[in-house]
Design a protein around this ligand. Sequence first.
Ligand code: SF4
Length: 90
Amino acid sequence: MPEVQDIAKPHGPITLKNGWTVEVDKNICIGAGPCVGVAPKTFELDDEAKAVILSSCNEDDADTILNAARSCPVSAITIKNDKGEVVFPN
Ligand code: SF4
C-alpha cells in the first residue's frame, strides 16, 4: 500500500515534480472518494474519511491529479502552479 507523504502534513501542501502544489482542505472534504478513484496513487482516505496525499503522488501525471481535483464534489482539493497561482478551482 502507498505511504502517506508526510505524517506532519498528510493533507499537504505537497509539491509535485512539475512544480504544482496540491492541498486537501480536510475541513471541507466529505470523504466522498472520487479523488481516490481518479488518482489512486495520489489520494487515499484516512480513518476519518478525509483525503490524504500519498508519497507515490508523482506516479500519477499532473492531468490525472487535476482531474481528481475536478472530480471532488466540494472542491476540497486546491492546486497551485510554481508561481503560487491557483490552477484549480478556477
Ligand atoms: S473527492 Fe473531495 S470530498 Fe471526496 S475524498 Fe476527495 S477531497 Fe474529499
